[in-house]
Design a protein around this ligand. Structure first.
Ligand SMILES: NC(=O)c1ccc[n+]([C@@H]2O[C@H](COP(=O)([O-])OP(=O)(O)OC[C@H]3O[C@@H](n4cnc5c(N)ncnc54)[C@H](O)[C@@H]3O)[C@@H](O)[C@H]2O)c1
Length: 415
């Protein structure tokens, strides 16, 4: 099938490349020429395992083309995925400006029946109340589907190709039939519902995962004071089939472009509906305090003022270059406000952090340089290359990720 994907970020590019890997012919549309050029030259603008290989294969087979030309791409497609960003506003509510613009572009170029697929994460009601009226303006026949994406950065390609399920929130049978054709070569079970339920599935899913992390952190903070190993506690808890062990690792808290934004958007929707979401507000509040605890622990051993503090890891998790809402940023800000000098290293996220801090922090060439030059080391991201106990010999180490070290002074955030 001919497919257009609007937005070539983490979700859009993964969608495009994976659809091409199943034999679909894909147009990846973006407004950033830099991204388009990089994609067409076979270099993914984002770091994701397996992405470059699949991208090169798709380009070689002539199944993927990145372009600024939304008009002709849409006209030549049977299905159009909308994968643009849905950032938070200051008050936590969702900003739908990119969705509206993308929807207008699609509507203006509807030349024959096609299914419009909202893949971006949008608050319940958006597809039917915001996107559909824009499509109706075209006076053309179309199908509509809300198809939430559950990929995790770091394993995006694998998750897209082999995730737990595909949720299709469709407005009618015809849209469902087309979407089943799109996904016919994917092994996942397909769950069909209406668009608004599909939107809520995504928010409930992310909110529950975020809640598990904040729960583990809250229990972990108490475990630390009691001298209990919270990882052992969660191993015991996770054996309960009703609960499952994953997302119960205590540590530095969650970050990234999804959990904080999605939980806040759902809280905001609850406020709007006069149904305050007390539990989710606490999930955010626990999470916001967790990174600062790293600095509090550091202060037990050293006054950071005029000291060099090393950060190992900047990305919000391993396997990605994404630093959106990363705990590292909160820690850097706190350290700088305490007049510390920050020296940091991350295998993938350095250029993204450089864009934020310029010369305010030192970006080291490797982990050894960070350890050698710093008075204390903070372990922020669980990249495998940091899991070398000898690296930390004779150092003060504050660990947010439960990495084994043979540091002279070692302090875990929840252990
Ligand atoms: N990143 C994740 O892990 C993840 C996972 C699941 C769902 N989501 C959701 O998917 C959506 C996209 O997230 P992302 O991380 O890929 O965002 P992103 O910021 O990485 O990418 C968005 C892309 O859309 C492009 N864009 C914006 N307006 C456009 C327009 N009018 N036409 C063409 N391109 C346009 C931008 O230039 C950018 O390249 C969000 O709603 C997000 O919540 C993200």
């Amino acid at each position: 099938m001919n497919i257009t994907v609007i937005g070539t970020g983490y979700v859009g590019l993964t969608t495009g490349v994976c659809m091409a890997s199943k034999g679909h012919k894909v147009y990846c549309v973006d407004i950033s020429k830099e991204k388009i050029d990089a994609i067409n030259s076979g270099t993914s603008p984002i770091y994701e395992e397996g992405m470059d290989d699949l991208l090169k294969q798709a380009l070689k087979k002539g199944l993927l083309k990145a372009t600024l030309d939304a008009e002709n791409s849409i006209k030549d497609s049977e299905v159009v995925f909308i994968c643009v960003g849905t950032p938070s506003r200051e008050d936590g509510s969702i900003n739908l400006d990119y969705i509206k613009t993308a929807a207008e572009t699609v509507s203006q170029n509807l030349n024959n029946y096609k299914v419009i697929v909202v893949k971006s994460t949008v608050v319940p009601g958006t597809t039917v109340n915001v996107v559909k009226p824009v499509m109706d303006k075209s006076k053309k026949s179309y199908g509509l589907c809300m198809n939430p994406e559950f990929l995790k950065e770091g394993t995006a390609v694998k998750d897209f190709l082999e995730g737990d399920r595909i949720v299709l929130g469709v407005i009618d049978d015809e849209s469902e039939d087309v979407m089943r054709k799109v996904y016919k070569d994917f092994p996942q079970k397909i769950f069909v519902t209406n668009p608004t339920t599909a939107e809520m599935i995504k928010y409930a899913n992310n909110s529950l995962l975020a809640a598990k992390i904040s729960f583990a952190n809250e229990v972990g903070n108490v475990c630390k004071k009691l001298g209990i190993n919270v990882y052992e506690v969660m191993d015991g808890v996770g054996m309960d089939k009703r609960l499952c062990r994953s997302f119960l690792n205590a540590g530095i808290g969650f970050g990234g472009s999804c959990f904080p934004k999605d939980v806040k958007a759902l809280i905001s929707k609850g406020e709007e509906l006069k149904e305050p979401m007390t539990l989710l507000k606490s999930v955010i509040s626990v999470n916001e305090k967790q990174p600062i605890k790293m600095v509090e622990l550091l202060k037990k051993h050293l006054n950071p003022a005029n000291k060099k503090i090393g950060l190992l890891g900047l990305a919000f998790k391993k396997g990605t270059d994404d630093v959106r809402e990363a705990p590292s940023l909160k820690i850097i800000d706190e350290l700088l406000s305490l007049k510390a000098e920050v020296i940091a290293y991350d295998p993938e996220a350095m250029s993204n952090v450089k864009k934020i801090y310029n010369n305010k922090i030192i970006l080291a060439d490797n982990k050894e340089e960070v350890v050698k030059k710093s008075d204390a080391v903070l372990i922020i991201t669980d990249w495998d290359e940091f899991k070398v106990p000898e690296l930390y010999k004779n150092k003060i180490v504050i660990d947010g990720r439960k990495i084994k070290t043979n540091a002279e002074i070692y302090e875990g955030i929840c252990w």
